[in-house]
Design a protein. Structure first.
Length: 221
């Protein structure tokens, strides 16, 4: 039976400097897969629900931050991410920031990941095969100047924006703390800077939407 979700994992950098601890971002994206011939009805149906992603960390890896979901601590060095449901043709993203301790040069295993979900209509529990992710450590200093993968940087900023927007709305309903305005403004500036550097129109539109939200809310803050 065809899997209902198709995951993709992308590191912000595939090679990191071996001489010191480094922070790296893992972008996790997953798509709802259509079974058989796609129809308008099928394109709206839920293809997986109660999606969970279990992540096991190697000893030199520690979680620093999570964007787009809540992480629960599991047994041992594991993390549990509860990711809800997905519709056919839908695509979702989260980002995990890890600190990688200094290691000898070479390829080192970093994470083990496994997906579990319920597959409608029979609600059968399915698991995808265990997936291993590694990183290359090198003493070549050229990696210190290597830019992060744009695809990862883009979706990280979009996830940060959603989180800051939710935080600002929640704070604005309780208090007139100007700090929420400042955080939202800085995030809009970060979006616009990345949009200017890349020419990505989705980032441009997102930055414009945040600036409009600031204009609406400035009298409240």
């Amino acid at each position: 039976m065809q899997a209902s979700i198709q995951p993709i994992f992308t590191w912000s950098q595939n090679r990191i400097f071996a001489g010191a601890a480094r922070d790296v971002i893992l972008l996790v994206e997953w798509e709802g897969m259509v079974q058989g011939v796609e129809t308008q009805k099928k394109s709206r149906k839920v293809v997986a629900r109660e999606i969970e992603l279990r992540v096991w960390l190697e000893a030199h890896v520690s979680l620093k931050a999570c964007y787009g979901c809540v992480v629960e601590a599991g047994e041992g060095r594991s993390l549990l991410l509860k990711l809800g449901k997905i519709h056919a043709g839908g695509r979702k993203y989260i980002a995990l920031e890890f600190t990688m301790a200094a290691m000898p040069a070479g390829n080192h295993e970093a994470l083990w990941l496994q997906w579990q979900y319920k597959q409608p209509p029979v609600e059968r529990i399915r698991e995808l095969p265990l997936h291993k992710l590694s990183l290359e450590y090198t003493h070549h200093t050229d990696v210190l100047g290597t830019a992060s993968c744009f695809h990862v940087a883009k979706h990280l900023e979009l996830l940060k924006t959603a989180m800051v927007m939710e935080e600002a709305v929640a704070l604005r309903s309780k208090t007139s703390d100007p700090a929420s305005y400042d955080r939202l403004r800085r995030q809009a500036d970060d979006l616009l800077l990345l949009a200017t550097q890349s020419g990505d129109m989705q980032l441009v539109k997102e930055a414009e939407a945040v600036y409009k939200q600031l204009a609406v809310g400035i009298q409240v803050w």
